[in-house]
Write a protein that binds this ligand. Structure first.
Ligand code: AMP
Ligand code: MN
Ligand code: MN
Ligand code: MN
Length: 284
């Protein structure tokens, strides 16, 4: 398989903070011409069996996937895992622990929002939750759009859910070492998700890539819905500099929100090793 295949290796379903079922995401990916797909719900692999079966039904190849929340030098970083064994006990337990703090965090977020006059946000967010263990900021954002506090989810994040804003609660996620080790220990590849999204200084970003590589990380997202075309070039260079394979994924969450559509991004730049080349034996 080459760089040009239509691979979409990053997206979400109702098992985390997407709005479609795994089957509906699969159908949409297939309609858009995706040939190799991975469903990468946050901190959760409960949708993998359904996703793999749906991929097969639509004639798409499949890689198991997840997106693990990590705290690295005080910043939240996302690490995508691809091609792991979903029955691996350490991975299953690690993800369970990572999900563990979300309930308490959500109640504290709700308290913060109540202080600026937004009542019952916890219950409001819960109405949008598909998986009770996976209440996320996205569900609060949908509630604030529904109630007319904001026009769209982006605006909610900007005004209420990011650092320093009333609904933001600092949280400690998994360590980089844990996330990479859970994924690689289960036979998969760890991939740095949307690196341009993090507010790192150049030195901090260098530290992330260096430590990730040293821990056994294998890839970085180059073409993602979170990057501009200029950033594709920046992270293609980073992939080559650090000897990492390159990944491609939309980060699709919902047809109704302004995220990138499944399977519609440009192909990976040439001169990069696609993650799917190294994961060939893990493709279903
Ligand atoms: P959480 O894991 O609960 O902290 O929620 C993180 C999720 O919020 C991400 O995976 C995105 O889906 C969503 N998100 C983060 N920032 C934004 C933003 N500026 N606009 C819309 N959604 C966002
Ligand atoms: Mn998300
Ligand atoms: Mn992410
Ligand atoms: Mn994502």
């Amino acid at each position: 398989m080459n760089n040009l295949i239509n691979a979409d290796l990053h997206c979400h379903s109702v098992v985390s903070d997407g709005t479609l079922t795994p089957e509906a995401v699969a159908a949409r990916a297939a309609t858009n011409g995706v040939q190799l797909w991975a469903l990468t719900d946050h901190d959760e692999i409960g949708g993998q069996k359904r996703a793999a079966a749906a991929a097969k039904a639509h004639g798409m190849r499949y890689l198991t996937g997840t997106e693990i929340s990590v705290t690295f030098i005080g910043h939240t970083v996302h690490i995508v895992g691809l091609g792991f064994d979903p029955l691996n006990a350490d991975l299953v337990e690690g993800l369970r622990q990572t999900r563990g703090g979300r309930g308490q965090r959500a109640m504290e977020m709700s308290d913060g929002l109540a202080k600026v006059g937004i009542k019952n946000a916890y219950d409001g967010a819960l109405k949008f939750v598909g998986n009770p263990e996976l209440i996320s900021r996205t569900h609060f954002a949908r509630f604030l759009v529904e109630t007319g506090v904001c026009k769209e989810t982006n605006e909610v994040f900007r005004k209420f859910l990011t650092e320093g804003k009333p609904g933001f609660v600092p949280h400690r996620w998994a360590s980089l070492r844990e996330a990479v080790t859970w994924i690689t220990g289960a036979g998969g590849m760890a991939v740095i998700a949307h690196p341009a999204r993090y507010k790192f200084t150049p030195n901090e970003e260098f530290a992330l890539f260096t430590e990730f590589k040293a821990l056994g990380g294998g890839g970085v997202e180059v073409v993602t819905g979170s990057h501009t075309p200029a950033e594709y070039v920046v992270y293609a260079d980073m992939a080559r500099e650090f000897g990492l394979a390159a990944s491609r994924g939309s980060d699709f969450h919902s047809p109704d929100e302004s995220h990138t559509e499944l399977g519609t991004l440009p192909p990976l730049p040439g001169n990069l090793t696609p993650v799917w080349e190294l994961l060939a034996s893990r493709i279903q």
